[in-house]
Ligand binder design. Sequence first.
Ligand code: ZN
Length: 295
Amino acid sequence: MNSLRDRLQRAQQNHEAVGHFNVSDLVVLKAVFAAAQELNVPVIVGLSEGEREFVGTGQIAAFVRNLREEYDFPVFLNADHTHSLAKGVEAAKAGFDSIVFDVSALPFEENIRQTKQAVEILKNTNPSVLVEGEIGDIGTGSEIIETVPDLSKDLSTPEQAKQFVESTGVDILAPAVGNMHGMLRSMIEGATRKHLQIDRIAAIKQAAGVFLTLHGGSGTDDQDLRKAMAAGINIVHINTELRVAWCRGLEQAFAQHPDELVPYKILAPVVNAVKQVAAARLMLFNNKRPKAKAA
Ligand SMILES: [Zn+2]
């Protein structure tokens, strides 16, 4: 079994990205794993502090480890948006493959100081863990948002990226390059898309020289995502799109079978709805074209 680092290196060589999907229940975990298996591509399952609190840090680690071993499949586990070092250490001890240590809301110098300390402590706890740091502002929750916040004042620069990576020793950097968490209603309806600053990504990649993660990938224009991968993005996070599929799928399941009481029967079509979304994104991230329909 290759490590996450190996998989990221391979993705980088191919101008592809490893898909990262947030999970907080068995439905989404099953859906994401099934999509990755069907396409035979590596995948990262991520849980924020809130998502870990709901599922259990040790419990999700055991579950994902079992999937990886039983199916001999490259499924990796990431501690997403970890704001406290204690929660990061907990995830490192539980065997997570990577940790996003996120104190990007702090002033830049303080972000550097705390991230540097976190890298040292997390790697002492688990030498194989990859640590990701964040710079700039990419918004907060993976939710429906009413208006686009003005993030233009805190876009990441190549100079900042270089200084941050050299000072902290992070393995992965999450920059602010036009991306943001959450989706507008018009994005959920497909009427508008997010756009990325491709030149900025390329300049940051050149300056930082580490793996780059794109957070808030939901609702991003497909062509922009392809260009971003070519410019140096190695991991793309998708959360809101799966949450929308989960909610809509569950509403439909209840509407169509109002008398059904068996959870796994109610939830089967929800798994399928989430799987479709994850599969479409994984195809794009791995440069796979849809199979042509037989004539
Ligand atoms: Zn994020």
